[in-house]
Design a protein around this ligand. Structure first.
Ligand code: URA
Length: 466
């Protein structure tokens, strides 16, 4: 078998057989297929799409490209649950939902990813904590899970090695935005972790990889149907990503925002993050059998924020993975960006919409993301946003605080942020006072748009075969 034949098949929309897919995945994992051929196949798959059968075969072959983890022995039979998001800007819900579910008596063996495209990566954020290790051996993964109820680790040469290679390659070949490749990437990790139940946060809107609601709905259906068929109880929440989640986007600053909520310190700018985290945790707790309904799960989840048990589980996990928990004693003092810049509004008006993908690229270009695989990211780079969609802004008002590695990074990011904001027409209001009385032109999009369970997913796939 030759890789070029598989590239040609996908390019020409001919189906790949199970053997073809196994050959491709084994060659990716062993790094025996030349990288340019893997990249060409990814681009063919991104442009031409993959059939449902190909996506399912690819998912299972990637899951089996390394060892499978069994979370039950280390946790003495606890139910193993997890959450995964399809990617957004400022999305730090993992730092809340993993310790919340662990505090409710569940095991959370979370295999996560790094920055991908315009979105930040859970692993890069955690590695902003001095000493924190994400590339654990299977024995270490087991030990942390046993001790803390939650562990967050990376793909390794042992654990989903095919995703380790393909994920990093997609990041630098503009081949991320493909329902089939996203499904295989996410579920290979989640199924290799031996989960009993999974909640998926499928994003839609200007900051999602698949912006259109119908594309996001198809992706959710693909994920839910494939995961359930593979034996993991799975439900997806379709959620809004038309603006950054919470007020911080970057590595260290996202951890700080999440830890503030774990400390039960609320902030109006973090309410969307808190609400989404509680909704996701509620479903994890319900699917994990600890609550009779998602509403009951929500109450249990909220109690772990009030009584401090979620914070305790988070700090225990950080310590067990080698992280220095002392940095959370005074997290703002640990934030030491090379450059800080306040971006002010050059005009007055209402912010009507945001291109959140462009904002995500601005965060990456400030230094939070990497240019080349394997290079370090700047843990301190990022953006604190001081506005929300629908806010009325006066000229000169502070819009955002930017943290950058170099003046060049800052110069790249500022025009991106400016171009990402859509304002009400300047002539519309005679003065800022009359403008502020005027409601936004459209109602804000609700955070939770739809719940997609197995039956719903199968119905969507039957109605919209691709
Ligand atoms: N998360 C993943 O793990 N993979 C993707 O492709 C997108 C989000």
């Amino acid at each position: 078998m030759h890789p070029i034949d598989l590239i040609r098949k996908t390019r020409d929309r001919q189906p790949l057989s199970a053997q073809d897919i196994h050959f491709l995945v084994a060659g990716a994992a062993a790094e025996s297929i030349p990288i340019e051929q893997l990249a060409a196949w990814l681009m063919a798959a991104r442009i031409q799409g993959l059939s449902l059968d190909e996506i399912r075969l690819l998912t299972l072959a990637m899951r089996d490209s390394g060892k499978r983890f069994d979370p039950h022995p280390p946790t003495h039979g606890k139910t193993a649950v997890d959450k995964h998001s399809t990617g957004g800007v400022g999305d730090k819900t993992s730092f809340l939902v993993a310790p919340i579910a662990a505090a409710c008596g569940l095991a959370v063996p979370m295999i996560s990813g790094r920055a991908l495209g315009h979105t930040g990566g859970t692993l890069d954020k955690l590695e902003a904590i001095p000493g924190f290790r994400t590339a654990l051996s299977l024995a270490e993964f087991e030990a942390v899970l046993r001790q803390c109820g939650a562990a967050i680790v990376s793909q390794t040469p042992d654990l989903v090695p095919a995703d380790r290679i393909l994920y990093a390659l997609r990041d630098r070949t503009a081949t991320v935005e493909s329902p089939g490749l996203i499904c295989a990437s996410i579920l290979s990790k989640k199924l290799a972790a031996g989960l009993d139940a999974l909640i998926l946060d499928v994003k839609t809107g200007s900051g999602a990889f698949l912006r259109d609601l119908s594309d996001a709905e198809y992706l959710a259906a693909l994920l839910v149907s494939t995961a359930n068929a593979a034996g993991t109880r799975t439900v997806a929440l379709l959620t809004d990503m038309s603006q950054p989640l919470g007020y911080a986007a970057g590595n260290w600053i996202e951890l700080v925002e999440a830890v503030e909520l774990l400390r039960n310190r609320r902030n109006p700018q973090s309410e969307d993050l808190r609400e989404l985290s509680l909704q996701l945790a509620a479903w994890m707790i319900h699917l994990g059998g600890k609550a009779s309904s998602p509403d009951h799960g929500y109450a249990l989840a909220e109690a772990t924020l009030h009584n401090g048990s979620a914070l305790e589980h988070f700090l225990a996990m950080v310590a067990a993975q080698g992280g220095d928990t002392a940095v959370f004693d005074n997290p703002k003092a640990f934030h030491r960006p090379a450059l800080t810049h306040t971006l002010t509004a050059s005009r007055s008006g209402r912010i009507l919409a945001q291109d959140t993908t462009t904002l995500g690229w601005a965060v990456q270009r400030l230094g939070a993301g990497r240019d080349k695989p394997g290079t370090p990211v700047d843990p301190h780079a990022g953006i604190h946003f001081h506005y929300r969609t629908g806010d009325m802004i006066s000229a000169g008002q502070s819009l955002a605080t930017l943290y950058a590695s170099t003046p060049g990074h800052l110069a790249e990011a500022i025009p991106l942020i400016e171009s990402a904001l859509s304002w009400s027409a300047p002539t519309r209001f005679a003065s800022i006072e009359s403008a502020s009385d005027t409601p936004p032109l459209t109602a804000p999009t609700p955070l939770l748009l739809q719940v997609i369970d197995r039956d719903c997913a199968d119905a969507i796939l039957a109605l919209a075969p691709r």
